[in-house]
Design a protein. Structure first.
Ligand SMILES: C[S@@+](CC[C@H](N)C(=O)[O-])C[C@H]1O[C@@H](n2cnc3c(N)ncnc32)[C@H](O)[C@@H]1O
Length: 297
């Protein structure tokens, strides 16, 4: 009697790969397996469920095997497939930009909340009559600036957005993402070391700056440390170095009554509060399990 060979169906490939990724200590083993298989088969992730018993072609399986090998060695799934969803928006990513994180969505939410208040208070116009102005410092893939632009369409005409980064490669990615999201014309992209090259002033400045200390950086998992840009993560010995420069600069560039919001690490919440106080910021609030800080001028 001939032995029946079990087929490599979508379901079986996902099960096997999930177990393999688990054995490698990968945080989201099933999600990563799904993202990679969907990319190899050029279908949407949700479509895997309706294809559970179908067999990918040899070519698709070869591509998937390569993805699985590289993911198993540490390469992030988002870089392998070239895209990461943030705030329900697909962002193109490559190793020149940090992969946008879910926790940064809180920074977008808090920024949108304050933009709304600001707009309500100002009757859709700021003091100078040119509209509300928003600046994203360290734009990376464009995650924050583009999510704000797309989700603030109610007053988009009067919302001017500046997005800067020290990395020209990151700015290229951000511009490509702004183009595919249809907001390229709405954002003024600028290469700048923090706010050094920025003219004018803003109602809101938001930033997810590098805030990782040397010790934390050395202990980061391989899939972050070996693949994501060091420039986006490491701030210096203490993790507060970039924030210490940005906080007084932002204070100079913010309009009276404006807000400054940052994503931070809970490990530096207290020193960041002191830095902000010294720079003159008022009503300093540390929110979302010490991950977001918001203050006012
Ligand atoms: C943590 S990443 C944040 C990227 C993106 N905003 C996000 O939330 O996914 C920090 C970004 O700041 C940029 N950056 C680092 N140092 C900078 C500096 N001195 N001036 C401007 N941008 C800087 C990095 O290139 C990187 O894109």
């Amino acid at each position: 009697m001939s032995e029946q060979v079990e087929k490599w169906t979508v379901g079986r490939l996902l099960n096997w790969t999930t177990e393999f990724f688990k054995s490698k200590g990968i945080d989201s083993p099933l999600l990563d397996a799904q993202v990679l298989l969907a990319k190899a088969m050029q279908i949407k992730r949700i479509e895997l469920y309706t294809n559970f018993t179908s067999e990918p072609t040899e070519q698709q399986r070869a591509l998937f095997r390569d993805f699985v090998k590289r993911r198993g060695a540490g390469e992030p799934a988002a870089y392998l497939v070239g895209v990461k969803e943030f705030y329900s928006i697909p962002f193109q990513v490559n190793p020149n930009v940090l992969i946008p994180r879910p926790e940064t969505e809180q920074l977008v939410l808090e920024s949108l909340d304050r933009l709304k208040n600001f707009t309500n208070n100002c009757n859709d116009k700021s003091d100078d009559g040119v509209g509300v102005s928003f600046c994203d410092v360290g734009v990376g893939s464009g995650a924050i600036a583009i999510a704000v632009a797309l989700n603030y369409s109610r007053i988009l005409q009067s919302l001017s957005i500046t997005a800067l980064d020290i990395s020209p490669e990151a700015l290229e990615v951000a511009k490509a993402n702004a183009k595919s999201s249809g907001v390229l014309e709405r954002i003024n992209f600028l290469q700048s070391d923090l706010l050094d090259n920025v003219e004018g002033s803003f109602d809101i400045i938001a930033s997810n700056p590098p805030y990782v200390s040397r010790i934390e950086y050395d202990g980061l998992p391989v899939d972050i440390k070996n693949y994501e840009p060091k420039l986006a993560l490491l701030a210096g010995e203490n993790g507060t170095e970039i924030i210490a420069k940005l906080a007084p600069q932002a204070f100079e560039k913010i309009k009276s009554g404006g807000y400054f919001l940052m994503e931070i690490s809970p490990a530096i919440a207290e020193p960041v509060k002191k830095i902000l106080e010294t720079a003159g910021w008022q009503n300093i609030q540390i929110l979302h399990d010490d991950r977001i800080v918001c203050c006012e001028k």
